[in-house]
Design a protein around this ligand. Structure first.
Ligand code: FAD
Length: 393
């Protein structure tokens, strides 16, 4: 085992795995990935992993679109069976947000996103089992869907390892070593590893490594729950993935006969080292009641379990991506805010470009880590404002 590397990636969730994959693609072979537990053991392994394009700003839409193309081309790019399932995606909002929805779809289409507006008749035709009462318009993405987040993470790491990366499982980074304002390596449970470049992709654990460096971004780990319901029928309808901000609800198919349901309600601060990994008893009926508003056939959906994971919420709900100001050689993706599985292919590429080329091909200044210090919290005029929205933002 080496005690030095050109680049160290800390964390083997989907973001660390994608970064390692892209670093390897760009020819960085002296690369070590350090993972405290096992790959995808953080938010990634608990993810709903919806892969959709709907965001209320061009910056996240571009990342999502680039990433959707990556998921669609998975086999050619990664060389393993695709973890992506094309199920379609429907975005529904409260009546007062409909003009915003139309504006967002216009923006997304201008960027080349495959998305269209559907009226209630078209939605009912797409999903005849859906209750469309009160629905006037929805955004429909025929190419979107969801993925197996664990398979995706392992496949990206496997590809990085084939190109020379060393993946160290069960080795926790205790501190980032700096010499004045330059990164010189990391200290792990097993010793020191020297490196001039360190990429932090540690999800909800970020504060443990940032605080000793005097870095504070207002990041709060939050616990998010899901539940799975078997359709109470011999055949289950093959529905789209969806977000309904009027209900604080998101969902997707799970296997051939079930639906995975998440809610914004009950998302609370949590400790990623110590949290309840199963869904609360009260969450299951709440999730069933919410999904039954749209799919009445699930009013008696058979509970098949659920779980919780921890995401890292930033103060404005948008990720922070790029060089860490004050420390040469330190890069990070922070504050995934519950929506960063789908964008990880593009985010990993951008981080690798920063490391190798000095800047990403896309302008990611909107995600800069300095925005809070500048008093420039990110606000989208066409956001469907709800406090602390995570997965369904
Ligand atoms: C219930 C739920 C549903 C979600 N649904 C969606 C969705 O539908 N679509 C979507 O896009 N996103 C969704 N998300 C969010 C998405 O899963 C996350 O944004 C994404 O997985 C974050 O990936 P990451 O690699 O940044 O973090 P993580 O997956 O948390 O990975 C961080 C890794 O770093 C490791 N680590 C931490 N500290 C250290 C250390 N000191 N040393 C070494 N290793 C360390 C951890 O063990 C972990 O493996 C959901 C999340 C949850 C919990």
């Amino acid at each position: 085992m080496s005690d030095s590397a050109d680049v160290i990636v800390v964390g083997a969730g989907i973001v660390g795995a994608s970064t390692a994959y892209w670093l390897a693609q760009f020819g960085v072979s002296n690369l070590i990935v350090l993972e405290r537990a096992v790959p995808a053991s953080g938010a990634t392994g608990k993810s709903g992993a919806l892969v959709r394009l709907h965001y209320p700003n061009p910056h996240e839409t571009r990342l999502a679109l680039e990433s959707l193309r990556f998921f669609q081309e998975w086999e050619a790019r990664v060389g393993t069976p695709s973890p992506f399932v094309r199920a379609g995606f429907l975005q529904v909002v409260a009546p007062e947000d409909e003009e915003k929805l139309r504006a967002n779809v216009a923006m997304q289409r201008a960027l080349g996103a495959p998305v269209e507006l559907l009226g209630p008749e078209a939605v009912a035709e797409l999903e005849p089992w859906r209750d469309v009462t009160g629905l006037t318009v929805a955004a429909y993405e025929p190419e979107s869907g969801y993925a197996d987040p664990v398979a995706a993470t392992f496949a990206l790491l496997h590809r990085a390892r084939q190109a020379g990366a060393e993946i160290r499982i069960g080795e926790r980074v205790l501190a980032i070593d700096v010499d004045r304002e330059r990164v010189v390596g990391v200290r792990t449970e097993r010793g020191r590893i020297a490196a001039g470049t360190v990429v932090l992709a540690v999800g909800p654990w970020a504060n443990q490594l940032l605080t000793p460096l005097g870095l504070e971004y207002g990041l709060v780990p939050r616990r998010v729950q899901v539940a799975i319901f078997r359709w109470p029928s011999d055949l289950a309808p093959r529905h789209c993935c969806g977000i309904d901000t009027s209900l604080g609800l998101w969902y997707r198919p799970e296997g051939e006969t079930s639906t995975l349901v998440g809610l914004e309600a009950g998302v609370v601060p949590a400790d990623p080292d110590q949290y309840a990994e199963t869904a609360d008893a009260s969450f299951v009926p709440a999730a069933r009641a919410a999904i039954a508003r749209r799919y009445p056939g699930l009013a008696h959906g058979i509970a098949r379990g659920g779980w919780a994971g921890v995401v890292m919420q930033s103060p404005d709900g948008r990720p922070l991506i790029g060089p860490v100001p004050g420390y040469t050689g330190l890069f990070a993706m922070l504050g995934d805010s519950g929506t960063s599985f789908k964008t990880a292919p593009a985010v990993g590429r951008a981080l690798a470009e920063w490391v190798v080329h000095g800047a990403p091909a896309q302008d990611l200044s909107a995600f800069r880590l300095t925005r809070f210090a500048e008093g420039q919290s990110w606000v989208d005029p066409t956001d469907y404002a709800r406090a602390h929205r995570t997965v369904s933002r």
